[in-house]
Write a protein that binds this ligand. Structure first.
Ligand code: FAD
Length: 381
């Protein structure tokens, strides 16, 4: 029987779990298998790299080989796991099967794609990895002033809009909703963000969607038809309409899956010795938490469990910083379904109060974002 811990995925969840595990256990063999290069990078930097003039290679903070050597890990890069056999405790790869004592699924998420018509529909890009970013970067290399159309005015769409507009691109954003960051912000904060991004030159098209993307006659540019009939030219169409947990391996192996791979408080899936965390997981309270801070919390708890001390992942309030320098924002929205409404006691501050007047969430904008800690302390989860 093997004693090896196998980790699938070299994103923040995979590498952080290994790093936390090594703090507690320096001898148990660890094998990390990943479909990409395994280079370590901060994914949040993908949506603010253009304005800083950073090249894809400059975003790598530690090359894969150095990560593997430092952490004492056998790294199988550019290797996709094809299937799991949870009963036999092994994973199948093109190079053969690998046995595990414990398995960690850190397979991340996949960009949601909506059907778009047109002969250039396959040229719509999305960015959820360093490789994706390299493709976007190569396409936009020819320089500023060029038109870029972004599908989606959520977190990632707004961050890219800010970044690309600051880098001199001519950015338009298309969204079927009526305002930016509608899922996170009260209306007044959305209005402030819209104004700040428009002042940078971003054009919003709300209440409409992208219907067709076709190549123009010179084949270099794209012609985009919106469902409201508007025609726009773009050098690049970037889809940022959301991510969906990558549950494919887990589902095919018969693990319990809903919006993510379901785990209990100790991050164990429905199969013994198989754990999950990060963007692929659906945590015990029924939600996915596709952000950096929950991954750090989950990785520490899972490392302790793997090292022999079963530990719960306990998630504190984790406000999200929105990387829109035109209007910095911090958002800690109430849990879905929490009754109540937004109150705005001061400029740049919104508090979600429930029927009993208890604060359940907040949003800060501009210089108020410095009050993030103080406001977090007021929130009752
Ligand atoms: C542009 C952008 C900006 C963001 N900004 C912020 C921010 O400011 N703040 C914040 O908190 N969060 C932010 N996020 C979210 C945050 O970056 C993610 O929650 C986090 O990086 C997810 O890490 P992960 O390890 O779970 O998944 P991923 O980074 O997606 O890693 C998944 C890994 O699994 C591997 N894999 C998948 N399937 C297989 C297979 N079958 N075989 C082998 N390997 C496989 C992949 O190759 C990859 O290495 C941002 C996300 C994006 C896209």
């Amino acid at each position: 029987m093997t004693n090896t811990v196998v980790v699938i995925g070299a994103g923040l969840a995979g590498w952080t779990t290994v790093r936390e595990f090594r703090k507690l256990d320096s001898t148990t063999p660890v094998t990390l298998i990943t479909g990409d290069s395994g280079d370590f990078y901060a994914k949040p930097s993908l949506s603010n790299a253009f304005a800083q003039g950073r090249l894809p290679a400059q975003l790598v903070s530690t090359p894969a080989a150095r990560m593997a050597e430092t952490l004492g890990v056998t790294l199988l890069a550019h290797t996709r796991v094809q299937a799991l056999d949870t009963a036999a405790q092994s994973v199948m790869t093109p190079a053969g099967s690998i046995a595990f004592r414990d398995l960690v699924l850190a397979t991340g998420a996949q960009p949601i794609r909506v059907p778009v018509e047109g002969d250039a529909a396959d040229r719509v890009l999305s960015v959820n990895s360093l490789d994706d970013f390299a493709v976007l970067h190569a396409q936009l290399q020819a320089g500023s002033g060029r038109p870029v159309l972004i599908m989606g005015a959520g977190l990632i769409g707004c961050e890219f809009a800010n970044d690309l507009a600051s880098a001199g691109f001519c950015v338009s954003v298309v969204d079927p909703g009526l305002r930016p960051l509608a899922a996170l912000l009260p209306e007044a904060a959305s209005a402030e963000l819209r104004q700040a991004l428009e002042a940078l030159g971003v054009t919003f098209h709300f209440g409409t969607t992208v219907r067709r993307v076709d190549a123009t006659q010179n084949a270099e540019n794209l012609q985009v038809l919106l469902s409201n009939g508007l025609l726009a030219q773009a050098d690049c169409v970037l889809s940022a309409i959301g991510l969906r947990a990558d549950t494919r391996l887990a589902q095919a192996a018969g693990l319990a899956v809903e919006r993510g791979i379901m785990v209990n408080r100790q991050l164990r899936t429905s199969a013994a010795h198989v754990h999950a965390l990060g963007d692929c997981a659906q945590y015990a309270h029924g939600v996915t938490l596709p952000y950096v801070m929950p991954i750090m919390t989950a990785a520490r708890a899972l490392a302790a469990t793997l090292a022999g001390t079963p530990s719960d992942a306990v998630f504190a309030l984790m406000p999200v910083s929105v990387k829109t320098p035109a209007l910095p924002l911090v958002a800690a929205p109430p849990s879905p379904g929490t009754a109540g409404q937004w109150h705005a006691p001061e400029a740049g501050l919104w508090q979600w109060l429930d029927e009993a007047g208890v604060q359940r969430g907040f949003v800060l904008s501009g210089s108020r974002t410095a009050q993030r800690m103080a406001e977090s302390k007021r929130v009752v989860l």
